[in-house]
Design a protein around this ligand. Sequence first.
Ligand code: GRE
Ligand code: ZN
Length: 251
Amino acid sequence: TGNQWGYGEEDGPSSWYKDYPIAEGARQSPINIAPEEAVYDHGLPPISLHYDNCTSTNISNNGHSVVVEFDDVDDRSVIQGGPLENAYRLKQFHFHWGGKGCHGSEHTVAGKTYTSELHLVHWNAAKYSSFAEAAVAPDGLAVLGVFLEIGDERGGLNKITDSLYMVKFKGTVTDFRDFNPNCLLPSSLKYWTYPGSLTTPPLYESVTWIVLTEPICVSEKQVGGWVYGWVYGYLLSDVLIYLLPKLINYN
Ligand code: GRE
Ligand code: ZN
């Protein structure tokens, strides 16, 4: 089966261990976060984010998600503080979302799923020389997780949804400049943190998870256009079918 993983009945998470035995490892993500069981650590500093306005480069459809990539040749866009020993560089962000009537978050909080989950992926460039090298190291990656729930429109998300028609097909890429992910963050940076893994194959156990406790709101209309063809956060076909009224003309 090689790299033919997915989220269907045959190729979904419960069969990933066949090609990726680490799926049965000891620090796999996602997890259910039990706030009552979380221990408050007074020694943990706040999370500090420095995102530059000019490091985003492109948006693409990799067949599993929509990904926005960043120029990571220097420390212009970084996360630091919290459990991290040094600054980690922003490499990309992507979303996990659901289908009609299904929630798409990967982490759950006291058993609750959210509509969608944003992952901002950073790597430890102070210690490793490339993203690929960091991705296999226990302290290589730091992923900031943000829950999305339905509520008021989130202006910052429109620049992304307005670009989805350009990446309708798996493997398509288009320019995406001057996007500052600050516009996708809640006002509070209170977080839960734990050592975990990538949530998709190759499932490397290299991620320090920093999951924000406060979700952001997005409107039904903003997220509604994303769901067709996707179930439980999983792309079923190679085609991202995008049906927001304002984009119907493009399809
Ligand atoms: C993913 O593919 O969903 C992923 C990454 C990197 C870090 C975390 C994560 O590609 O969930
Ligand atoms: Zn992810």
